[in-house]
Design a binder for this molecule. Structure first.
Ligand SMILES: [Fe+2]
Length: 211
């Protein structure tokens, strides 16, 4: 049976951000590494169960729980990579007037400001999760979504362009729980728009999602 290749945690050269301390980032990298480790561990358990070529009836409850948890851990790993990669020291609060992202936001929302109002609105929603701006690869429209925890609300086949972690661990060392809006302002001032635009310009997928 083919061995599943374990994931390796990436390292991110992220420090000196505006309004998000190095201490917060160090804590956050550790949490991310935990998701990578747990993803590998769950995949290892599942692989062991599959060794005899079947999932026995008595294995089914444990197998089901491993699969449910895998969605949480796997998305936790991947979303943090999107998040760290769309931040940078000396990032910018605005993508720049000729940017392809501005054009996409205008096509989808009428203006960048309305897109931002919607994205920030999602980020302020009560609950534990993420604000995600996606590209629908079929019609090149942007849409903003709330993702509960790491896995509930992701849209299959859509391309994440901008990921904003709004779990309290993303800001609690720098802001009070009630100050999420201040963290969101800080997040915006550190966006790596080049990374966002690379995602936007990635070759269109071969399949056709709902247009
Ligand atoms: Fe996080």
């Amino acid at each position: 049976m083919k061995q599943v290749e374990p994931y390796t945690a990436k390292s991110f050269d992220l420090h000196g951000l505006n309004g998000i301390s190095d201490r917060t980032m160090a804590t956050h990298f550790k949490l991310y590494e935990g998701y990578v480790k747990e993803t590998n561990r769950l995949m290892g358990h599942i692989q062991t169960m599959l060794k005899d070529g079947k999932v026995d009836q008595e294995e089914m409850p444990a197998y089901s729980e491993l699969k449910r948890r895998l969605g949480f851990e796997y998305n936790g790993m991947v979303l943090h990579e999107y998040y760290f990669e769309n931040l940078k020291q000396s990032g910018a609060g605005h993508p720049g007037h000729n940017s392809p992202f501005i054009h996409a936001a205008e096509m989808s929302f009428g203006s960048y400001e309305i897109w931002k109002t919607d994205f920030v609105g999602v980020g302020k929603m009560r609950g534990v999760g993420w604000a995600l701006c996606y590209l629908n690869p079929a019609n090149r429209q942007l849409s903003n979504h709330w993702v509960t925890l790491h896995e509930t609300g992701n849209v299959a086949g859509f391309v994440p362009l901008l990921a904003m972690d709004v779990w309290e661990h993303a800001f609690i060392l720098d802001y009070k729980p009630s100050e999420r809006a201040a963290y969101i302002d800080a997040f915006f001032s550190n966006i790596n728009w080049q990374a966002v635009e690379q995602r936007l310009n990635a070759p269109a997928r071969a399949y056709k999602a709902t247009g």
